[in-house]
Design a protein around this ligand. Structure first.
Ligand code: NAD
Length: 381
């Protein structure tokens, strides 16, 4: 199979982490005999410096002509004074709009080896592996009418609106993903108060009828927010509307222990987009200390969703786990950074070694080779 991927490294730590993600991606694609080509283009601050705009036309064209886009991050303090529409972040928003993805996938995985980095107790998050599927193009963020009216008493209003097709298509993404995971979908809404949620619940239930092997439950968003912290291991795939998904995906991210660990995919549009959740991290940019695992895990998602290479994606995910199990940590995962208040616990057991961004990439690359060799040897017996 031939795969053409556009790489948008962007600003700050973006080029550092995407460099490592591409290194791992190339290795896996080679291992599986894929014919892949990569084309790099500017976006964000780097594009403003070169071309005066955050999203050059040539970048959009390249993205549209590829099977997948892998992005680093955009933004930086030197652009903060620009008007909103000219900032680096506006380039990313315009790109997302052009690509048109309606389903945002955010995995939240508690890796056992770094469980102590999470503020939630290790015994609570143990084994947690959740995929949040967030509807991205509808709901209150886009609904009209909206505005602020100035009168004797100022008031503001927004509109939450959903149509059946908008709900159906994202529900199908969730059920399809659940089929390949632990066959459970939790649909999150506020159907006791909101009409949009009542339509959401009815529609998801009807779509669920097409996936009888997948267990469906409906949970109110307030109850879900609590359960994500008290019993995160009770979820497999969560599907929810735009605003709820925005909040819940950030809430559950704390179980992963660091912003640098988080991956994402935006699928369903003309071309799918993969990016780590973090920003350009100007405070650590250029020092080679950023955690590339979120970007590398985003590359794994690219293999799964855009290349149909499920085993390759799993190889990367297993390799990440092995590297962490072996005690390798970027600085954000080191005990000094631990936000759990349990830094002392974290040093029990294996020795830990703080590694650079490039070392972490190389370790994952090498672990991918080991993982595939072992699996092939096992199947050869
Ligand atoms: P940020 O995500 O860049 O950084 C927040 C904190 O997390 C910082 O302390 C940073 O050092 C740390 N961090 C982030 N990524 C890390 C990594 N891979 N490894 C280790 N530590 C990491 O958020 P911010 O500081 O609020 O924003 C900085 C810039 O990034 C701003 O210009 C903002 O607009 C932009 N931003 C871009 C995106 C994006 O491109 N998707 C997302 C969020 C913020």
């Amino acid at each position: 199979m031939k795969l053409h991927i556009t790489i948008l490294p962007g600003d700050g730590v973006g080029p550092e982490v995407t460099g490592e993600a591409v290194r791992v991606l190339r290795t896996v694609l080679d291992l599986y005999g894929y014919d892949a080509s990569f084309e790099e283009h500017p976006i964000g601050g780097v594009a403003i410096r070169q071309f005066g705009v955050p999203l050059p036309e040539a970048t959009v064209r390249a993205c549209m002509n590829s099977q997948a886009v892998l992005l680093g991050a955009v933004g930086g303090p030197e652009f903060d004074s620009l008007p909103a529409g000219q900032k680096p972040e506006s380039g990313l928003l315009a790109l997302r709009q052009a690509l048109g993805g309606y389903a945002n996938l955010r995995p939240a995985i508690a890796y056992g080896a770094i469980a102590e980095c999470s503020p939630v107790r290790p015994e609570i998050i143990k084994g947690t592996d959740i995929l949040i599927v967030r509807e991205l193009l509808g709901g209150i963020y886009f609904g009209e009418p909206r505005g602020i009216s100035d009168g004797p008493v100022s008031a503001a209003h927004n509109t939450m609106r959903y149509s059946v097709p908008e709900i159906e298509r994202v529900a199908r993404v969730a059920f399809y993903q659940a089929q390949k995971r632990h066959r459970k979908v939790t649909s999150v809404d506020k159907a006791n108060v909101l009409e949009t949620s009542q339509l959401w619940r009815q529609t998801v239930a009807r779509v669920g009828g097409d996936y009888p092997e997948v267990k469906l439950e409906h949970v109110y968003v307030d109850a879900c927010a609590m359960r994500l912290i008290t019993h995160p291991g009770s979820f497999d795939v969560i599907v929810t509307e735009n605003l709820f998904g925005d909040i819940l995906s950030d809430e559950v991210a704390v179980i992963s222990g660091s912003l640098g660990m988080l991956a994402s995919a935006t699928i369903g549009g003309k071309v799918d987009l993969y990016e780590p959740v973090h920003g350009s991290a100007p405070d650590i940019a250029g020092r080679g200390v950023a955690n590339p695992l979120g970007a590398i895990a985003s590359a794994a998602m690219l293999l799964r969703h855009s290349a149909g290479l499920e085993q390759g994606a799993r190889d990367i995910e297993d390799a990440i786990r092995e590297v962490l199990d072996a005690g390798h940590r970027t600085a954000d995962l080191s005990p000094q950074h631990s936000n759990s208040g349990r830094a002392g616990d974290s040093q029990r057991g294996r020795a830990k070694r703080v590694v650079s961004t490039a070392e972490m990439g190389a370790l994952v690359e090498s672990a991918v080779g080991d993982v595939t060799d072992r699996r092939r040897a096992y199947h050869a017996v």
